[in-house]
Write a protein that binds this ligand. Structure first.
Ligand SMILES: [Zn+2]
Length: 341
């Protein structure tokens, strides 16, 4: 059995953890882009978050892991099951699906099941990675090395929550709601600005610079590898508390109020940064609302906006030829001007 490093035992990387937590509260924020050095635990953190979440109730034998209590979002085969009686279900862990480099579009979206077509003459659909990621996380390592059209496709499906396949005489439509996590190493090429902008949040992580943090990272990793069960048991209480906070946040989310003042602040911030379009403001507001819910607050405040503004906006800035400061510095400056230090 493989053990997963406990989320609450992950040292530092606060911005990445926050971005993932609020995406787990409101999936419509639109995924997270994580840029940073190799070996900073990007994949570990995503897996840790998925393992932290309670197992999901899923329809038995359904390749999409449909939720039995949500008749509106069922796949074609479960739609028939649901009539009159509740389909049989069981508990499954929240999926984390890895997108391997060099993957074909067929593997991603699904394709005609060739074996069945040849042996039984039936046109059946073989679900792809998008089906497996439903209700969980889709993790793309080195997203900047994936072909643009695939990234586009993933972003489309992530935004619509549905995978539509029309080819080889097949016509299939199935739910595919997942949080898209793309990781990249900036030294290996940049993502096109049009793609960047479509990710909800972006975070930058780096190897910790201070001695104490580095020592703690290594100490915990070492303890975990020596005796994973004991380590997980030691952190369980923290993980359970965090999980309860996420679940309470999901419940509270629909009731969190966004006052006009917060909408104005968000617009002012985007205006002063010159972000393109309205996606920045929308994401900023959604992320602030999810953070408020996570914190147990019923109203979005300046404090929530300030905390989520860097991950919501830093990848949406136009290059300013008169200002060669990095996007972090520019976002920080704009926040300070608007909210005060
Ligand atoms: Zn189903």
């Amino acid at each position: 059995m493989a053990f997963t490093f406990p989320f609450s035992a992950i040292v530092a990387q606060d911005e990445m953890k926050l971005a993932l937590l609020i995406s787990a509260i409101d999936q419509s924020i639109g995924g997270v882009l994580v840029f940073g050095d190799r070996g900073t635990g990007k994949s570990t953190t995503v897996r840790a978050l998925a393992a932290l979440l309670p197992p999901m109730e899923a329809v038995e034998k359904c390749p999409y892991g449909c939720a039995p209590d949500q008749p509106a979002g069922l796949c074609p085969s479960c739609q028939h099951l649901g009539e009159g009686e509740t389909p049989k279900s069981h508990k499954v862990p929240v999926p984390v699906v890895d997108m391997p480099l060099g993957v074909t579009e067929d593997r991603v979206v699904g394709a005609l099941d060739l074996e069945r077509a040849l042996t039984q003459g039936e046109k059946a659909f073989e679900p792809g990675l998008l089906a497996r990621a439903h209700r969980g996380f889709l993790y793309i390592d080195e997203v900047n090395l994936l072909e643009d059209h695939l990234v586009d496709l993933l972003l489309d499906v992530a935004a619509s929550g549905e995978n539509v396949v029309e080819r080889e005489g097949l016509s299939v439509r199935h739910p595919a709601k997942f949080v898209l996590i793309g990781s990249g190493n900036p030294e290996e090429g940049e993502l096109r600005p049009q793609l960047l902008d479509r990710f909800g949040l972006s975070v930058e992580i780096s190897t910790p610079e201070d001695l104490k943090t580095r020592v703690e990272v290594v100490r915990r990793r070492d303890e975990f590898e020596k005796d994973p069960e004991a380590f997980i048991a030691r952190w369980q209480e923290h993980d359970v508390a965090l999980r309860d906070k996420i679940l309470a946040g999901r419940d509270l989310l629909p009731d969190v109020v966004v006052p006009d003042a917060a909408l104005e602040r968000a617009a002012q911030l985007c205006l002063s940064l010159g972000t393109d379009g309205l996606r920045g403001e929308l994401t900023l507001i959604r992320a602030a609302r999810a953070l408020a819910a996570f914190d147990g607050d019923r109203e979005v405040s300046d404090e929530h906006l300030k905390r989520v503004a860097p991950p919501a906006l830093r990848h949406r800035l136009r290059r300013n030829p008169l200002d060669d400061a990095g996007s972090n510095v520019r976002v920080g400056r704009a926040i300070e001007e608007l909210f005060g230090a």
